[in-house]
Design a protein around this ligand. Structure first.
Ligand SMILES: C[S@@+](CC[C@H](N)C(=O)[O-])C[C@H]1O[C@@H](n2cnc3c(N)ncnc32)[C@H](O)[C@@H]1O
Length: 254
C-alpha cells in the first residue's frame, strides 16, 4: 500500500496544529469557504479567538454557515475587508499564527483573486501582528500568470524576512506537468525586529549549522525590490496553466 503525500492545505494544518495553543489569537487571512477558519477555531479552544478576513460577502456567508454547523462560531470574528487591514483588528505582537491561502474563491468569480500588491501589504501587516516565534503559513498557486507573479512576490518577501531572523521553509511537489501549488511556512524571529538592527554587518559564513546562520536584517520592503528583479527574470519561464483544477483538487468540498 502506498501512503498518500499530504497536500499543501493538509500540511499547513498539521504544522499549525502543533504550534497553536489553547487560548491563542490566530488569523485566517483568506476565509473563503471557511475550511481553515473551522480548523483554527478548533485549535484555539474555548478561550481562543480567530479573526477571519475575506473581501467577498459570499465567502463570509459560506464560512459563517460552515462554522455554525460546528458549534464553534463564538470563537470567530469575521471581517469583510482586505487582510491588508488586519493590524486594525489585532494588537502588534499578539497573534500566534496567520494563515493565507491565496487565489480565488472556488466556485465564484475567478477574477476576484488575491493580488501581489495587496498580498505584500497584508504580509507586512501579518509580520507586525505576529508574536515573537509566531507562525505564518502561505499557500501559493503558481499555475496561472497572476498566481505565479504573486507566488514570486511572496517568496521574495519571505526570503527578505529570513535576513531579519525569521526561519522559513518551502514544500512543493516535484515532477508535476504544471507549476504545483506550494506551501511556505515561516516562524517569526524570537526577538522583535527594530530599525536599530539595520546597520549590523553581515556575519562571515563560518562552521555553524545552516539553521543557525542569522543574516542581518534588510530594509523593510527589500523583498519587494527583490521580487521585481526575480519576477522579471522568471516571467517567461512559467507556462500559462489552469488554476481551477489545481485549486479544486486542494479544496475538496468547496
Ligand atoms: C483560495 S480562497 C481561500 C480558501 C479558504 N482558506 C478555505 O479554507 O476555504 C481565497 C480567498 O481569498 C479571498 N481574498 C481575495 N483578496 C483578498 C483580500 N485582499 N483580503 C482578504 N481576502 C481576500 C477571496 O475572496 C477568496 O475567498
Amino acid at each position: 500500500m502506498t501512503a498518500a503525500l499530504p497536500r499543501p492545505t493538509e500540511l499547513a494544518q498539521s504544522i499549525l496544529q502543533a504550534a497553536i495553543r489553547a487560548g491563542d489569537t490566530v488569523i485566517d487571512a483568506t476565509a473563503g469557504h471557511g475550511h481553515d477558519t473551522v480548523f483554527l477555531a478548533a485549535c484555539v479552544g474555548p478561550g481562543g479567538r480567530v479573526l477571519a478576513f475575506d473581501v467577498q460577502q459570499p465567502a463570509i456567508a459560506s464560512a459563517r454557515a460552515k462554522l455554525a454547523a460546528t458549534g464553534l462560531a463564538s470563537r470567530v470574528e469575521f471581517h469583510q475587508t482586505s487582510h491588508a487591514g488586519m493590524a486594525r483588528h489585532a494588537a502588534a505582537g499578539t497573534v500566534a499564527a496567520v494563515m493565507f491561502n491565496f487565489g480565488y474563491l472556488p466556485g465564484a468569480d475567478h477574477e476576484l483573486t488575491t493580488t501581489a500588491p495587496e498580498t505584500l501589504a497584508a504580509l507586512d501587516a501579518a509580520a507586525g501582528v505576529l508574536r515573537p516565534g509566531g507562525i505564518l503559513s502561505l499557500i501559493c498557486y503558481p499555475g496561472h500568470p497572476a498566481g505565479a507573479a504573486e507566488a514570486r512576490a511572496v517568496e521574495a518577501w519571505l526570503d527578505a524576512m529570513t535576513r531579519r531572523g525569521w526561519k522559513a521553509a518551502k514544500y512543493a511537489m516535484l515532477g508535476t506537468l504544471r507549476p504545483a501549488p506550494f506551501l511556505l511556512v515561516a516562524r517569526a524571529a524570537r526577538d522583535r525586529w527594530s530599525p536599530d538592527q539595520e546597520n549590523i554587518e553581515e556575519k562571515p559564513q563560518d562552521h555553524q549549522p545552516a539553521e543557525d546562520h542569522e543574516r542581518p536584517p534588510r530594509e523593510p520592503g527589500a523583498g519587494r525590490a527583490q521580487h521585481q528583479a526575480v519576477g522579471h527574470r522568471r516571467q517567461q519561464d512559467d507556462p500559462m496553466t489552469g488554476q481551477c483544477r489545481q485549486q479544486a483538487a486542494n479544496h475538496p468540498g468547496c
